[in-house]
Design a protein around this ligand. Structure first.
Ligand code: ADP
Length: 259
């Protein structure tokens, strides 16, 4: 049985096709491109063009979204994003006890998982300065790419403003003081980490599993490893929610004896 998981994020749509516990195909498409080229909206539902995505014979589609934008995909079962991310981490890590930190384009989530069950969570979707988009905006101000920004962690310039908009003015002030680009870039990564760390500490376990697009940021991984015992990055951190959709579908079908 082929089950397709779709995670419609603020910056990217993630797609994962599972068949009998095996990940057959994955894709990451910018959210803009997904709406423009791979779907259309009819009567409030998103009709996904599976053929255009190169996906023909799919038995079931399970989707999730972010925050209030939990979009109804036609023919799909929509599941809560926290559930999707927990199941993604269970599938990818095969761990049963951990704290999941997912940092996406517009939010971060800290979820405590004990014996494979979510027991507590903190969701932050109100603060733009605590999201991946903050890193993108600040890299644009430094006129460097996200790929350059994500490697810098040493000797960070201290950035203390907690607001994404005023943070830009603070960064410009620090540029004027003549700090090196490397230290400024490290300062941006560190300022995001500083805002998230207290929330991880509230729900920490021995193992921190890091997912979401920002799990590809080497500086954030470096800071986490300095502070926590064990940091696990699954093979496909950005696809975690989509994989979780597919995995949850598979478990349900198995319970019904269909897979
Ligand atoms: P969403 O689910 O909201 O679309 P994602 O989990 O896809 O968000 O994460 C998007 C964020 O991930 C971006 O804002 C960016 O900061 C970060 N990101 C995306 N690709 C990369 C990459 N190759 N390297 C480092 N960071 C990345």
């Amino acid at each position: 049985m082929k089950i397709l998981g779709i995670d419609i994020g603020s910056r990217a749509v993630k797609i994962a096709l599972l068949e009998n516990d095996k990940l057959l195909k994955t894709d990451i498409i910018s959210t803009m491109k997904f709406y423009r080229d791979y779907s259309r909206t009819r009567e409030g539902e998103v009709m996904v063009d599976l053929e255009a995505l190169g996906l023909n014979a799919v038995d079931q589609v399970i989707s999730t979204g972010y925050g209030r934008n939990n979009i109804q995909v036609a023919g799909a079962k929509v599941i809560n994003e926290l559930k999707a991310h927990v199941y993604g981490a269970l599938y990818q890590t095969r761990l049963q006890n951990f704290t999941l930190l997912d940092i996406g384009g517009q939010d971060f989530k800290v979820i405590k998982v004990e014996n494979s069950i979510m027991t507590d969570m903190i969701l932050n979707d109100k603060c733009a300065a605590s999201s991946g988009r903050y890193l993108e905006n600040m890299a644009a101000i430094l006129e460097i790419s996200l790929d350059d920004l994500k490697q810098k962690y040493e000797n960070p310039v201290q950035l203390n403003t907690t607001c994404a908009v005023f943070g830009e003015s603070e960064l410009i002030g620090q540029i004027a003081l003549g700090h090196s680009l490397d230290r400024l870039a490290a300062g941006i990564n560190h300022s995001l980490y500083k805002r998230i760390k207290p929330q991880i500490q509230k729900l920490k376990s021995r193992t921190i599993v890091l997912t979401g697009g920002v799990a590809q940021n080497e500086a954030i991984i470096h800071y986490l490893k300095e502070d926590f015992d064990e940091v696990v990055i699954p093979q496909e951190p950005q696809l975690n929610g989509a994989i979780g959709c597919g995995y949850l579908g598979l478990i349900k079908e198995r319970k019904m004896g269909n897979a």
